[in-house]
Structure formats: structure tokens, C-alpha cells
Design a protein around this ligand. Structure first.
Ligand code: PLP
Length: 319
């Protein structure tokens, strides 16, 4: 296992020249090792950032110019729209579209989510990559275990590594994986100059977690499939969204009041936000997303607990 190196400086060599590492903002061995491991999983060059939102900010600011438009998949992570809105004063514009179809023609960047959180739709990558603009796929939910968008012509993969990749609710981290090595070098230079840099401690936790990624995600996917089937058969559940990729699903109960009752009645499944960790989490998304989601929409992130225990917990909460 790669040692954790917290150094911010490394001495120059005997000739007085900087070596591979000289100042942490421009690179450090722990972040480098985690990037190499993630790059291999996604089939590209990975760069880490201090959060998923930080990775989004860095990628957009490095690629776009004032007046450029992002075609953003509707029904995806509401916070990504929030990040783009925060960048509006710098001239970043956004147009939303249905990612199961083609992106609008007049856009300089296409932003997809595989699958979207919390609507769980999958993007039409063939239609998106036919567009002349660069294509970013936020594959936080699917992870490279299920989807490797670079192999399907996407230019960049974005991850909130806080979720499945780090996987234990103890590290905030983001990543961009680039198909093109030259594009990665440009983004690396931008990252060093702007200082949107990941800490070595979080990178070390990611390295630890990547060793169990496949086994965690496969088990979470199996359990989520099992729970989705049980939920579909339950009288109090109206709609279940689960495409079979990863441990995230969402379902609707009758109204906001019922959703509040369910989320506060589970005992094993914690009532908390976020997703992708070893502990199952449930929450009503209405509190964050407002009118974007049905009032009774509950998002469930399936962890590594025993599937029957999770079902009993949900069943008594729904009952
Ligand atoms: N992308 C998706 C799909 C997410 O669910 C999230 C966070 O919930 C993010 C990006 C943002 O990541 P972070 O919270 O690490 O900034």
C-alpha cells in the first residue's frame, strides 16, 4: 500500500533543480498514486479535486469561455445546476435537455449523468458524442465497474469520489478522468494555477477504498436489485426507478407526509443525505430539490448490510 505523504515541499536535487515533486499544489506522490489507480479503472488520465463540485468547477472554467453554453441533462444531480448557476456571473450559460435524446445544437459542452441522480435515467451516449461539443459524463452513480464512458467516445468522466469510489463516508473528493492526455495536461496546469487541489489524506483513503470497489459495488447492485423488486410489489409504493446499475434507487410514496414518515421510521437505514457508502441511507429529496421532484420521492442508497434485514427495515417503515 502506498504510504501517505503529507509533505508540502520536497528539496531540490544536488544541482539545485526541482524534482518530480517540489510543492504540493503542483503534485504529490499520494495523489499521483490514487490518480494512476483510478485512471486505470476508467481507461484514461485521472486528476483529483477536493470534491465532486470542485472537479465540476475546475473542468468548466478550464474548458469554457464567457458566453458559452452547457447542455445539461435534466433530472440529474441538482447541485451540478447549482454549481453552474454560481458560475453564471462569469458568463456560463446552461440549457437543460432530456439526456435520453440528442443535446441541443447550440452548446459548447454536453453534460450527462450515468445514471442520473435521482431520476436514474441513462444518457444516449451515441447521440451525445455525435455532437461537436466536448462530452462530460458524471458517472458517480454507475462507477467504472458498470460504465466506462471514455470507451464510448466521451471526452471526460466526472466522479464525486466522495460516493462509491471512496465508499465509506469519510473522504470528500472529486475526479475528472480525461480520454486525451493533452487535455489532461491542460487541466492539470489549470488545477495547479487555481489551487483546486485534493489533499493527500483524502487521496490515500481513495487508494484504500479502490481495492474493494468492485466487490462493494457488485454486492450493492445485487442488494439494490433485490430491494427494487420488493418495492415494486409493495402496495404503498407508486414508482420505482432502478436501471440495474449500482446501489442507488428512488421510489415514490403517496405524498410528502408519507415520505417523511418512511424516512424517519427506518432503524437500520440512516436518514441522511449522500450515497455510495457502506451504510444504507434514505431521504426525501423534496427538501433539497423542491418542485423538481415529486413530493413523495425517496432516494435510497444501498449499503453492504444483509439484504433481508434492509427489506424488513423498509417494510416496517412503509407499513
Ligand atoms: N455528482 C453527483 C452525481 C453527485 O451525487 C454529487 C453529490 O451528491 C456530486 C456530483 C457532487 O459531489 P461532491 O459532494 O463530492 O462535491
Amino acid at each position: 500500500m502506498e504510504p501517505l505523504d503529507r509533505s508540502t515541499v520536497w528539496p531540490y536535487d544536488e544541482r539545485g533543480e526541482p524534482g518530480e515533486f517540489h510543492y504540493q499544489r503542483f503534485g504529490n506522490p499520494t495523489v499521483d498514486a490514487a490518480e494512476a489507480a483510478l485512471g486505470e479503472l476508467d481507461g484514461g488520465t485521472a486528476l483529483l479535486f477536493p470534491s465532486g463540485a470542485g472537479a465540476t468547477t475546475a473542468l468548466v472554467l478550464s474548458l469554457l469561455e464567457p458566453g458559452d453554453t452547457i447542455a445539461l441533462a435534466s433530472g440529474g444531480y441538482y447541485g451540478t445546476g447549482g454549481t453552474f448557476a454560481a458560475l453564471a456571473p462569469w458568463g456560463v450559460r446552461v440549457v437543460e435537455f432530456d439526456q435520453t435524446g440528442s443535446p441541443p445544437a447550440d452548446a459548447q459542452l454536453v453534460w450527462l449523468e450515468a445514471p442520473s441522480n435521482p431520476y436514474l435515467t441513462m444518457p444516449n451516449l451515441e447521440a451525445a458524442t455525435a455532437h461537436p461539443a466536448a462530452v462530460v459524463v458524471d458517472a458517480t452513480v454507475a462507477t467504472p465497474i458498470h460504465v466506462r464512458p471514455l470507451e464510448h467516445g466521451a471526452d471526460f468522466v466526472l466522479h464525486s469520489a466522495t460516493k462509491y469510489l471512496a465508499g465509506h463516508d469519510d473522504a470528500l473528493l472529486g475526479a475528472v478522468v480525461c480520454r486525451d492526455a493533452a487535455a489532461a495536461e491542460e487541466l492539470r496546469a489549470f488545477r495547479g494555477r487555481t489551487g483546486i487541489v485534493a489533499a493527500p489524506d483524502a487521496a490515500w483513503l481513495l487508494l484504500r477504498s479502490l481495492r474493494t470497489l468492485e466487490i462493494r459495488v457488485r454486492r450493492q447492485t445485487e442488494t439494490a436489485s433485490f430491494l427494487a423488486a420488493r418495492l415494486r410489489a409493495h402496495a404503498a409504493v407508486e414508482t420505482v426507478r432502478y436501471p440495474g446499475l449500482g446501489g442507488l434507487l428512488s421510489f415514490d410514496v403517496a405524498d410528502a407526509e408519507t415520505a417523511r414518515k418512511v424516512e424517519t421510521s427506518t432503524r437500520v437505514i440512516l436518514n441522511a443525505t449522500s450515497l455510495g457508502g457502506v451504510t444504507s441511507l434514505i431521504e426525501s429529496r423534496r427538501r433539497w430539490e423542491g418542485e423538481r421532484v415529486p413530493p413523495g420521492l425517496l432516494r435510497l442508497s444501498v449499503g453492504l448490510e444483509d439484504p433481508e434485514t434492509l427489506w424488513s427495515d423498509l417494510e416496517q417503515a412503509l407499513g
